[in-house]
Ligand binder design. Structure first.
Ligand code: GTQ
Length: 351
């Protein structure tokens, strides 16, 4: 064996001497710090509804919503266990509320979205207005608004919570506060915000009530679904996405929340999509139908067979491709608005 190069020994000694001073040589880590292309530690993952639902119901027996504050099973990326993160920047969880329960009022700087997965008759209250939940509805909790959840339903109600928790943690910008009352006082009739902002119109004199966040609390599924069905029938279907629309803040045309973009898409029956990849990792909730998701990355190839109420994550810069025999509707969210604000969003569509 060759003796170590003299400079190697000198380097080792140099590293040992600088270490106590909290100094470290860039040249040992530069390639990883400035990668040729995104090399996320996140891995693709799938949560099948059939396996998650019984555990959620057991959580319902094990703890009340009141005691838990939020009774949620967090969807943790298998490569980020312990970090409460589904991607480096995003959080996902499935929240259960049972008839008569209340998840008490609080507020925080983290923005939240709710995507209703099962059950009808629960509500979320924001800024004095309650919004009822139905499967497929996309509901918003703007940053720093008091919100409580409750249920007057007959059975369990489950929704997907999407929050920017890891992003806010990374920025060390999180604040939170409990509300004075368990449930906030209702000061406006349900549907008032939607009447004001949800019809391609807006009050003549308005200030955006929630800053950069949409003034619409709920984007009902029946509307999104109808739009997608019409477009599938009447307009060209995209070879990569099928029919895909993004939800908008009607006051800006931008994303409903400053940190998260949300999408609904329909894969027509018989769809054989082409592959794409983008820098924003995305979380998916299957609304209806079934699909096969093909995923490629330098680590290998995977296939997920997904059906209604399954959840999965497509990490940054993984190539994905959708196929569906029966047709499929998918809701998804990602941190794309942040990429776009920074001018670093990148997408590739394979021919
Ligand atoms: O409903 O306010 O899944 O604060 C995680 C943190 C839900 C909520 C979560 C939260 C909430």
């Amino acid at each position: 064996m060759n003796a170590p190069h003299p400079s190697a020994r000198e380097r080792e000694q140099l590293y040992r001497d600088m270490d106590p001073l909290n100094l470290t040589p860039l040249w040992e880590v530069l390639h990883a710090l400035v990668p040729r292309e995104p090399a996320t530690p996140c891995v693709p993952a799938l949560w099948k509804w059939d396996t998650v639902r019984p555990l959620l119901l057991r959580a319902g027996a094990a703890i009340t919503a009141e005691e838990a504050v939020r009774r949620v099973l967090i969807l943790e990326n298998p490569a980020l266990r312990g970090q409460s993160a589904i991607t480096q920047s995003l959080y996902a969880g499935l929240q259960l509320i049972l008839p008569g329960e209340v998840a008490p009022a609080h507020r925080h700087t983290q923005s939240a979205l709710r995507f209703i997965v099962e059950g009808t008759g629960a509500y979320t209250a924001v800024d004095g207005e309650r919004t009822s939940m139905r499967p497929g509805d996309f509901i918003i909790t703007p940053s720093w608004t008091f919100h409580d959840h409750g249920s007057e339903a007959e059975g369990p109600v489950v929704w997907l919570d999407g929050l920017d928790i890891p992003m806010i943690r990374f920025l060390d910008a999180g604040f939170a506060e409990n509300g004075a009352a368990r449930s906030q006082e209702v000061t406006r009739r349900e549907g008032t915000s939607f009447a004001r902002y949800g019809h391609n119109m807006a009050p003549v004199r308005h200030d955006a009530p929630f800053g950069a966040t949409s003034p619409i609390f709920s984007y009902p599924y029946e509307r999104s679904r109808e739009a997608l069905e019409r477009l599938e029938r009447d307009a060209p279907v995209d070879a990569w996405d099928g029919v895909k629309l993004r939800y908008v803040n009607p006051l800006t045309g931008g994303s409903p929340m400053p940190t998260m973009a949300t999408f609904m898409q329909r894969l027509p029956a018989g769809f054989r999509g082409r592959g794409w990849r983008q820098t924003d990792g995305a979380v998916y909730s299957v609304v209806e139908g079934a699909a096969v998701v093909h995923l490629d990355s330098p680590r290998g190839t995977q296939q997920f067979e997904v059906g209604a109420r399954d959840h999965f994550v497509v990490p940054s810069w993984h190539t994905a491709r959708f196929e569906s025999d029966a047709g499929c509707v998918l809701f998804s969210y990602s941190d794309r608005p942040v990429h776009q604000a920074l001018g670093i969003h990148k997408e590739e569509r394979l021919q």
